[in-house]
Design a protein around this ligand. Structure first.
Ligand SMILES: C[S@@+](CC[C@H](N)C(=O)[O-])C[C@H]1O[C@@H](n2cnc3c(N)ncnc32)[C@H](O)[C@@H]1O
Length: 588
């Protein structure tokens, strides 16, 4: 879900927009000023090894004894990647493991850190707005996985020289920029080792830069890549997947990531948006901004029309804005509006969709959180409450679900042709929501068993199977890791789809999955770093072989998998988000 477009079930208020906002220390000022500064001076204790697998990137850094304030992990990752690659460029014979730790933010000298931090510029607020102190010309060298530029005041050659002498440059973030650009930034706030900045102007632009079509681009936090042609956005996202895998485990560099499958609609694709507003005492009701979070700020940007919404959503958004304006004096606090595309019978928008073929339905919109939505995926219909989860780009869903179905069918045929245990006959759909993948992939399986933690979604999943005339699906309510208590099918004939939330799965589920040992696993993820972490967890258990290499473990798992394909999909063009599908096949 693009940030700035929060989910339909958000409480009222304005959400953050990809920048962490916790107060940060001001290096060089009073060290007692904040906990953030104290965190720099006190290494955190190590975590026990078995806990590490479920750690987030931030937790991992803490466990390594890295001192940092409330820095954005995606920025730290990109800085680390940039500094390491420059160092390795100057040491072509060196092993990746010999890169100095200082580039990985885990140096041990407090003195060194303090000196480094004192080199930081003054944020605009503290500089009293004096341009000379808070505005800088910087060079963009790298992009974070969220498309934010990583820049220094030094040119790349100067950075190379600094690094060859064992020092490192101070880094600025530069949103909405591209590699190789020279830009002017204004410092906003310091984090550990970098300054969060706003981009003021572009002095030297990349040949990849294009004019963003949307008038709000650069101010709105919803889109991050409109200044890049669509084909280049896809390549950027492919590299994001590649990078996430390598960051989880350098050995994963051996895995090939396919080109990102594009969205048929690069604009006008989004079937759900959630504009919001905030009531401030000094703002007259007719001037309250209704829209999405401003880039890098807590304020709301007034947005009359969002180009990534479908036609129905754009129409619905106009109505939702009007309704909110009419009622504005009655709001004491802010609120989040919901606008969702739905499909309805042509002559009776309120009528029952169950008996009408998907192709005969027409687009409409829903504004009521308590309303119901019908989505169409090829010939299938899915009905679910307007406030619950469903994939938000209908244009790509036939290809997205079709890819998973083809992977399963193709492997089923291949495994049958290879002899041995034979084809796939059972399918498990873990984290099944309202049944999208289980229902779309049911054909050819004796039985599909789904599991989902949301009561509402699970009852929709069972109703959706019925509405589509499918009788081999059974969707159960519960935590995904409980599915292994229910499964009695032969793992050699079973495939498992996993589609967890952005934070990924967990060691309990993954360990049970490996112990069960299904023939094929299809892991679908909207949180690519978490997916890479989970795959590394399976690898660390000895359950994945990369180019013949397996981790050394005390107890060998009963099943070992090969990663046979990695296929990203672009469900959210113009944003940094990417979905990724990894297929694993058990080696016999
Ligand atoms: C990314 S959505 C995928 C849903 C579905 N596969 C689809 O594409 O529509 C993740 C789903 O996992 C569910 N979920 C979250 N934690 C869970 C858990 N511990 N066990 C089972 N389901 C869970 C959420 O309710 C959500 O429906």
């Amino acid at each position: 879900m693009p940030e700035g477009l929060p989910s339909g079930c958000m409480p009222e208020g304005v959400t953050d927009s990809g920048f962490k906002r916790a107060a940060s220390p001001v290096p060089g000022s009073n060290p007692d000023m904040s906990d953030g500064w104290r965190a720099l001076a006190q290494p955190l204790p190590s975590e026990p090894e078995q806990k590490r697998a479920k750690l987030t990137r931030g937790d991992k850094r803490k466990a390594q004894g890295v001192r940092k304030a409330n820095a954005d992990e995606t920025v730290l990752d990109a800085v680390e990647l940039f500094l390491r690659s420059v160092w390795l460029e100057g040491h072509p014979e060196a092993e990746a493991s010999s890169v100095p730790k200082t580039f990985g933010w885990s140096e041990t000298s407090k003195q060194g850190e303090a000196e480094f931090c004192r080199a930081a510029p003054i944020p605009a607020k503290l500089a009293g707005g004096a341009e000379a102190d808070c505005e800088f010309d910087v060079f963009v060298h790298e992009l974070t996985e969220r498309g934010v530029g990583i820049a220094t005041r030094e040119t790349l050659d100067e950075v190379r020289t600094m690094i060859s002498k064992g020092s490192r440059p101070w880094v600025f973030t530069a949103p909405f920029t591209l590699r190789g650009e020279r830009v002017r930034v204004r410092s906003v706030r310091h984090e550990w080792g970098y300054t969060q900045s706003d981009t003021l102007s572009i002095s030297e632009q990349s040949p990849l830069r294009i004019d963003a079509p949307c008038q709000y681009f650069g101010k709105c936090s919803g889109c991050h890549l409109q200044h890049v042609a669509y084909g280049d956005q896809l390549e950027f996202k492919r590299q994001v997947v590649e990078r996430a895998l390598v960051q989880a485990n350098p050995l994963f560099a051996k895995l090939a990531v396919s080109s990102v499958s594009p969205s048929p609609l690069p604009f006008g694709y989004r079937t759900k948006i959630t504009p919001h507003f905030d009531i401030r005492k000094d703002t007259p009701p007719d001037q309250v901004a209704i829209g999405f979070a401003m880039a890098g700020q807590r304020r709301v940007l007034d947005i009359e029309d969002c180009m990534i919404g479908t036609d129905a959503v754009r129409l619905g958004a106009k109505q939702a804005r009007k309704d909110a304006r009419d009622k504005m004096p009655s709001f004491k606090r802010g609120a989040t509006l919901l606008v969702r595309e739905t499909n309805v019978p042509k002559d009776d928008p309120q009528g029952d969709v169950s008996s009408i073929p998907a192709a005969d339905l027409v687009k409409d919109y829903v504004l009521d959180f308590k309303g119901w939505v019908t989505d169409v995926v090829g010939e299938l219909k899915f009905r679910y409450p307007a406030s619950s989860f469903f994939q938000n780009n209908a244009s790509i869903l036939p290809a997205f679900t079709g890819y998973v179905r083809d992977e399963l069918n193709q492997w089923s045929r291949r495994l049958a042709a290879e002899g041995g245990p034979g084809e796939l006959r059972h399918l498990i759909d873990a984290y099944c929501g309202s049944g999208l993948f289980g229902i779309a992939c049911h054909a050819g399986f004796d039985k599909v068993l789904g599991i989902e933690i949301s009561n509402e979604s699970i009852s929709c999943a069972n109703d959706n199977a019925k509405m589509n005339g499918i009788d081999n699906c059974d969707f159960l309510l519960g935590d995904a890791s409980k599915i292994f208590d229910k499964v009695d099918t032969d793992p050699r004939h079973t495939a498992v789809i996993i589609d967890p939330p952005r934070k990924g799965s967990n060691p309990d589920f993954l360990d049970q999955l490996v112990a069960y040992g299904p023939r094929v696993i299809v892991y679908i993820a909207c949180g690519v770093p978490a997916q890479a972490r989970d795959i590394n967890h399976m690898f660390s258990r000895g359950a994945i072989s990369i180019d013949g290499a397996v981790a050394t473990v005390e107890t060998k798992p009963s099943s070992v998998y090969e990663v046979v394909s990695i296929q990203p999909f672009d469900l959210f063009p113009q944003t940094y988000h990417v979905e990724n599908i990894v297929t694993l096949v058990r080696k016999e």
